[in-house]
Design a binder for this molecule. Sequence first.
Ligand SMILES: *Cc1c(COP(=O)(O)O)cnc(C)c1O
Length: 401
Amino acid sequence: MTSHLLPTYARADLAFERGEGAWLTATDGERYLDFASGVAVNVLGHAHPKLVAALTEQAQKVWHVSNLFRIPEAERLAERLCQNSFADKVFFANSGAEAMECAIKTARKFHAVNGHPERFRIITFEGAFHGRTLATLAAGGQKKYLEGFGPVAEGFDQLPFGDIELVRKAIDENTAAILIEPVQGEGGVRVVAPQFLKALRQICDEHGLLLVLDEVQTGIGRTGELFGYQRSGITPDVMALAKALGGGFPVGACLATAEAAKGMTAGTHGSTFGGNPLAMAVGNAVLDVVLGDGFLDNVRKTSILFRQRLAELKDRYPSVIAEVRGEGLLIGLKVVVPQGDLVSELRAQKLLTVAAGDNVVRLLPPLIAGETEVTEAIGMIDRACARLAQAQPPLKKDAVA
Ligand SMILES: *Cc1c(COP(=O)(O)O)cnc(C)c1O
């Protein structure tokens, strides 16, 4: 198959024609249960009637006007995001990386306008993923993504995951902020302990640093709370959102307290498309549903059920699944076999999932999923594990005991 697309992705030879709820129909007519959700994007599944209506209604009015004018739908979405979070101010962008760029700039500018332009360095953590622009790649610090792209953007100090003493030691007169994902998504569904987030908050307060959360993957209900930080009892100063915010329409957002955002005045930042009427109409419709009565309760309920059933499979197939981890419906299976083998086998069973770092397979059901979808998925995972277990050498007796 030849394609004129730049081959930066190792794509599966599979294309989809339409979707409905948690299901996708491929061009060959086969149906797939979509627990990839476009990598945590399609929170409301496919072709959700409310999102379809919001987009088509807006499409008949006005698509784009630029931020040289007021955009009422953007003002409304910003207000709702602030009412439901720690934030006072929102900047809309088109992607996670762009939301993160704004977060990084906001943190640096805060210190600059406080008279400390030398405070621009940001502490990050191993296994992080913050996007593919030059600055966000530097923040993520993954060698395989940085190689061959010239000098790495200055200003990021990466530390091992989860060691609070090393964080204390790493702070100096140039430190501006600490940046972390409440659950590392691409890094392998590694959950940051609430105690660790609390300790980071305290360190930030002691040293006048900003706490910046990358909630591009965890935000908008994925963890069972509207935002991942809400289960830790702390609030950040700055937060990036994207993926789920548009339910499949490209949109990102950088949220900040009024204090943290005080340097971001007219002319300091911008985006041609950011917060355009189409994206904002869909974003508001996503919030209508996610903030609706019982929606997040259902996410938590579905999560508990799914994780119980997955734990049973882990016990049945120790030669395939080593660990079930995550928060809400951001679930990772740390596997014994190469994670790509399980992703392929699951696809053969018509279940779509996403590989992650640390040999993990990510299960990202749309947040509208319930018992029916979980039961279907468990059957598929069971069959995939049975096939892979059969292909495995038997475990030693003492390992099974
Ligand atoms: C996906 C992701 C990004 C990058 O988002 P893009 O929309 O691909 O730019 C950044 N941070 C986290 C945590 C992500 O999961």
